[in-house]
Design a protein around this ligand. Structure first.
Ligand code: ATP
Ligand code: MG
Length: 357
């Protein structure tokens, strides 16, 4: 055992850390997650899940997080709801093809190092910056928070930066509403590295083919807290009912009337989910000219969505028979995530100079 002076040891450690970092930079580490606030819907599927399935094969490491702490930021009085939906969102992901052999699936609250990292990151962010985040602004308006916004909700983008960085992930498959969170994460990375030395790498978001799926009510985003979603677990009857109630063109009263395609939710969905682009383009022309009824296009959409959802729904029903097995997957994944988080926190404590004993 060679006896090194403190200075030499420090130098060696820094060199080792730089080496680790440059190795990590070459590695593709992806992370994604869902708030357990309800079952997942078509917006999740096209916005993020399709990319998740690809990334679990392409990335060197892939993490899937159930963001229960984040969900509690605007549901503090509804702990039962969050608890019950942990299983639901995991079932949805497994049914879509997320594979626990390739993906570390874990629960945010069971990795307390993330909360520790959040506290340190909060020192790098101003109140003005938090209030400027456009997604948080929109969500605050939707929820009617105004000045009475829970502090935890206002800072959730910072806690999201900690979710991303605790495992040094650098690719984040998300919907468009999450872009501002990625920007804020990168600002935190830059500030942290400037103050404490090169510790974290900048991250990239990966948005799906449909970055923001509109709701069945025509609202700019399908959201599980917005009551405007078609769920990946919906039955044929539920899909039919929702599609039949979809907004089309209020002036298209009789079949022979010319109709508007723009702003028509049924056509917006057909554009995304119907693979026969040629036929859809013909139908649009016919609709605009007059002579095509809403029921025809709605029935077509019902069949297209049923074809997509049926296998997911059936797989989900099968997996739901054994909730214990799903919890075991989460337990194992959480254990792995926690080991990584502990390592990162040890490194962070060192550079922030709070490693006392
Ligand atoms: P909540 O209303 O509780 O916030 P949500 O429907 O927004 O729920 P989240 O759990 O917040 O769902 O989001 C999980 C992931 O799915 C995120 O990456 C988000 O960007 C993406 N996503 C959610 N809704 C849509 C949508 N309508 N279109 C595209 N992507 C979406
Ligand atoms: Mg959301």
């Amino acid at each position: 055992m060679v006896n090194l002076s403190c200075k030499e040891r420090g130098f060696k450690e820094i060199k080792y850390m730089i080496k680790c970092r440059s190795m990590e930079n070459k590695e593709k580490i992806a992370l994604t997650g869902d708030r357990p606030t309800g079952r997942l819907h078509l917006g999740h599927f096209v916005g993020s899940i399709q990319n998740r399935i690809k990334l679990q094969d392409e990335a060197d490491q892939f993490f899937y997080m159930v963001a229960d702490i984040q969900a509690l930021t605007d549901n503090a009085e509804r702990p039962e709801k969050i608890r019950n939906n942990v299983l639901e969102v995991v079932l949805d992901n497994l049914a879509c093809g997320l594979d626990p052999k390739k993906t570390t699936m874990f629960i945010q609250s069971e990795v307390p190092e993330i909360a520790e990292l959040t506290i340190l990151f909060l020192n790098l962010v101003t109140l003005a910056r938090l209030k400027r985040n456009p997604t948080v602004k929109d969500e605050m308006k939707q929820k009617g928070f105004e000045e009475n916004v829970p502090a935890g909700f206002l800072i959730y983008p910072v806690s999201q930066a900690a979710d991303i960085l605790f495992c040094h992930s650098n690719i984040i498959p998300v919907g468009e509403d999450q872009k501002p969170m990625i920007e804020q994460t990168n600002e935190i990375v830059d500030d942290f590295n400037r103050i404490y030395g090169d510790t974290f790498s900048r991250v990239k978001h990966l948005v799906g083919d449909t970055p923001r799926l509109i709701g069945i009510d025509g609202n700019s985003k399908m959201g599980k807290s917005l009551n405007n979603a078609i769920y990946l677990s919906d039955s044929y009857e539920e899909i039919s009912k929702k599609v039949m109630n979809m907004y089309t063109d209020p002036n298209h009263i009789h079949v022979e009337d010319p109709g508007k395609v723009e702003g028509n939710v049924v056509f917006a969905y057909l554009d995304i989910f119907d693979s026969n682009k040629k036929e859809i383009s013909e139908l649009k022309k016919q609709y605009e000219k007059g002579g095509l009824g809403d029921v025809v296009i709605k029935k077509r959409l019902i069949e297209v969505l049923e074809k997509l959802i049926k296998p997911i729904r059936e797989k989900r029903e099968e997996l739901a028979q054994n909730p214990e097995a799903v919890m075991k997957i989460l337990e194992a994944g959480t254990k792995h995530a926690r080991e990584i988080a502990k390592k990162t926190m040890a490194e962070v404590r060192k550079v922030v100079k709070i490693d006392y004993f």
